[in-house]
Design a protein around this ligand. Structure first.
Ligand SMILES: *Cc1c(COP(=O)(O)O)cnc(C)c1O
Length: 410
């Protein structure tokens, strides 16, 4: 350390205990989080901490994350191009695979162009921080994903939260916004903790009346919703009306990364201005190749999507019939309301003893008093798997007094 007088000092005792105090506080409230370890492929049956578990919590909706074709595509790309991309896209990291994937995504989404980001999280930060700024206003659904919330905070635009999926509230707020330069409405396409679909047709008609533009985050809809799996805009037949269509490669597509699809000038603007795109190493070639293969399968094997919807609907109906309070929805995300955080955690632990993994979702992820078990269904779950899930819910629900003779007790 050439003559420097710098020495490392332990943080003051006071600071250290502040961290421990915060952790103790979380533990006391039942909100302390710990990692769980998976020791097998990301399938619908996994080995978790030495035990086989039926997985009902994965975003791998179509079972593609461990599909042999994606694995082969990734291996071949790694053999040919290596494991890392070695630079950001604008320096040395742009390969033919990145360009092929972007072209393919634009084609899939029916837009002029598309751009890939390293994660869905980064895609949200990228869009929100570069498309709006000081003097602009963002209208954001109260239940939007954390990466949208963080993007709003970083954007320096004024952020106005509207009540979840509440069009009247959104319109009230739009009416009071005429002094802003640009108005952006941002919403999840499918809400990740509730499993409902955003009321896009109503939102689109408001944008026309109030000169706003819309951004939709289709993390949970890509590959899942719409007749061809193209997402929420496709589900409602609105693709030309959504200016910024964001999604992930990391959920139903079984790979990694995020994307934005839209007009050519939007994509060109993001390439030039979005800091998460400019200042981060490009995704690796293997990931790009597996995402490309996933798009082939999504387009050529609609039966996966059909099975996914059929199974989701069946689980929804059966749990409701047994007396569980399942939030309304039509997606593979099912929120089964339990109430208090401790009860939800105990419920999830009991499911685990029955070999079912479906976690409790508690504050701050969801509002206090609405702790829940969140189930996600996969197209690869067999009829037997589904039966096992429903039976276990029945046993645990009765044992814990959550249901009684087909009635909800919560
Ligand atoms: C998962 C998710 C993201 C983040 O995507 P990653 O690729 O996991 O970073 C963004 N938005 C929503 C709605 C999500 O569910």
């Amino acid at each position: 350390m050439s003559g420097s007088s710098y020495t490392y000092e332990e943080p003051a005792e006071k600071n250290r205990s502040y961290l421990q105090e915060a952790l103790n506080e979380l533990t006391k409230k039942g909100l302390y989080r710990q990692l769980r370890r998976i020791e097998s492929a990301a399938s619908h049956r996994v080995i978790m901490e030495g035990r086989e578990m039926l997985m009902f919590a994965s975003n791998n909706y179509l079972g593609l994350a461990n599909d042999p074709r994606l694995i082969r595509a990734a291996c071949q790309a790694i053999e040919k191009y290596g494991t890392g991309s070695s630079g950001s896209r604008l320096t040395t990291g742009n390969t033919i695979l990145h360009e092929q994937l972007e072209e393919r995504l634009a084609h899939f989404k029916g837009t002029e162009s598309a751009i890939v980001f390293n994660t869905g999280y980064m895609a949200n930060i990228a869009a929100l921080t570069s498309l709006v700024g000081e003097g602009d206003v963002i209208f954001s659904d109260a239940l939007n994903h954390a990466s949208i919330i963080d993007g709003c905070r970083l954007s320096r635009a004024q952020t106005v939260i509207y009540r979840h999926s509440d069009i009247l509230d959104l319109e009230e707020k739009l009416k009071a916004s005429s002094h802003f330069r640009r108005r952006l409405i941002v919403t999840d396409g499918v809400f990740s903790m509730d499993g409902n679909i955003a009321p896009l047709p109503d939102i689109v008609s408001l944008t026309e009346r109030y000169k706003a533009f819309v951004m939709v985050d289709d993390a949970h809809a890509t590959g899942v919703l719409g007749s061809s799996g193209r997402g929420t805009a496709d589900h409602f037949g609105l693709k030309d009306k959504i200016s910024v269509q964001l999604g992930t490669l990391s959920k139903a597509l079984g790979a990694e990364g995020g994307y934005i699809a839209g007009k050519k000038e939007l994509i060109d603007f993001l390439l030039n201005r979005a800091r998460p795109f400019i200042f981060s190493t490009a995704l690796s070639p293997g990931v790009m190749a597996s995402a490309l293969e996933a798009l082939n399968i999504v387009e050529n094997e609609p039966e996966r999507r059909k099975r996914l919807h059929h199974s989701s609907l069946y689980v929804r109906q059966e749990l409701s019939r047994m007396g569980f309070r399942v939030l309304d929805g039509e997606t593979p995300i099912l929120a089964v309301l339990i109430g208090e955080a401790e009860t939800a955690v105990a419920f999830s632990k009991k499911l685990e003893t029955n070999g079912i993994f479906a976690p409790a979702i508690r504050p701050p992820t969801v509002p206090a008093g609405s702790s829940r078990i969140r189930i996600t269904v996969m197209s690869t779950h067999t009829d037997e798997d589904i039966k096992e899930l429903i039976e276990s819910f029945g046993i645990v629900g009765k044992e814990m007094g959550v249901i009684n003779n087909g009635r909800s007790m919560v």
